[in-house]
Design a protein. Structure first.
Length: 298
């Protein structure tokens, strides 16, 4: 890959807006999940319904079966590897929440931009210049400001390991997805990933004997919202933004997701938004502005 082309996106603002849309949509995951669980849904059932409905919706956005099948041989790694990676990230994150506080999980998971940057340096696929380094540090400080001190209490090493593993899987998945979807329609490519995750979660629900029939209205309403916002819209916007910005910029801009989640939790669940949330959000916004600076030698 030409490093110059990887570090100088043609449309940085367009890519940034797309990633912000995806982050805002991903930020609704906790809200709709919590509402479904409060309505009596079981988590394995909820995940199975989300990705089955999400895969169907993505196929419709792509234009039907023909464009989805037109992905060609790349459908198999997208289905098997992409679907498995998406399943792993979701499963590891949920598992870590049973062992350590949510704030600690959020901080540990959102270290993934650091791993993306390190992978880019090691593989020499993208130059991490001073602007990206400053933006990365600023975004990480912003996350700590929003979620609080992740080390305030003694943490279970198993929870730490699960959250960091989820971050590592996601960090590897981002540049891999950028390469795999190159030249493909975003909706067609991510349909296979959603389908792969759907297969895993349906099998998991069957193994755990979670009910897949006679869904409640709460389950249907909230899984429809999960399929529309943090699955269909978020996936397509993320892949399109990734093709514009490259993995490192994309991962840094994506760190605005905890800020969106905090705001939505305040609006929908009535949770309090303190000054730390606004200060942290401002730091992440400043990081994104730094990323818009054009390098002196493009």
């Amino acid at each position: 890959m030409d490093v110059a082309s990887a570090t100088t996106p043609a449309h940085p603002w367009r890519g940034t807006i797309l990633i912000l849309i995806s982050a805002a949509c991903f930020g609704t995951t906790l809200i709709f999940t919590q509402r479904a669980l409060d309505g009596g849904a079981q988590l394995p059932t909820l995940l199975a319904y989300r990705y089955v409905m999400g895969a169907a919706l993505l196929a419709l956005i792509a234009g039907g079966p023909a464009p989805v099948l037109a992905v060609g041989p790349r459908k198999w790694p997208l289905l098997l590897l992409g679907g498995t990676a998406q399943t792993a990230v979701a499963t590891l994150s949920v598992a870590s929440l049973t062992l350590i506080p949510a704030a600690s999980v959020a901080f540990l998971f959102y270290t993934y931009p650091t791993w993306v940057a390190l992978l880019a340096i090691i593989r020499r696929t993208e130059t991490v210049d001073a602007s990206k380094a400053v933006a990365l540090v600023l975004s990480l400080i912003g996350i700590v400001t929003i979620v609080g001190n992740p080390l305030a209490t003694r943490l279970d090493p198993r929870g730490i390991a699960l959250a960091l593993t989820a971050a590592a899987v996601y960090a590897v998945m981002i540049p891999w997805l950028g390469k795999m979807q190159d030249g493909l329609k975003p909706a067609s490519a991510v349909t296979w990933i959603a389908l792969g995750a759907a297969i895993w979660f349906v099998v998991g629900a069957l193994v755990l004997r979670s009910p897949l029939t006679a869904p409640t209205s709460s389950l249907l309403i909230n899984t429809a919202a999960l399929a529309i916002f943090p699955t269909a819209i978020a996936f397509v916007a993320f892949v399109r933004g990734l093709s514009e910005l490259g993995p490192v910029r994309t991962s840094i801009v994506s760190t605005l997701e905890p800020f969106w989640t905090a705001l939505l939790a305040a609006l929908v669940l009535g949770q309090n938004v303190g000054p730390r949330t606004w200060i942290g959000g401002a730091m992440i916004a400043a990081a994104m502005l730094i990323l818009q600076r054009k390098p002196r030698s493009a």
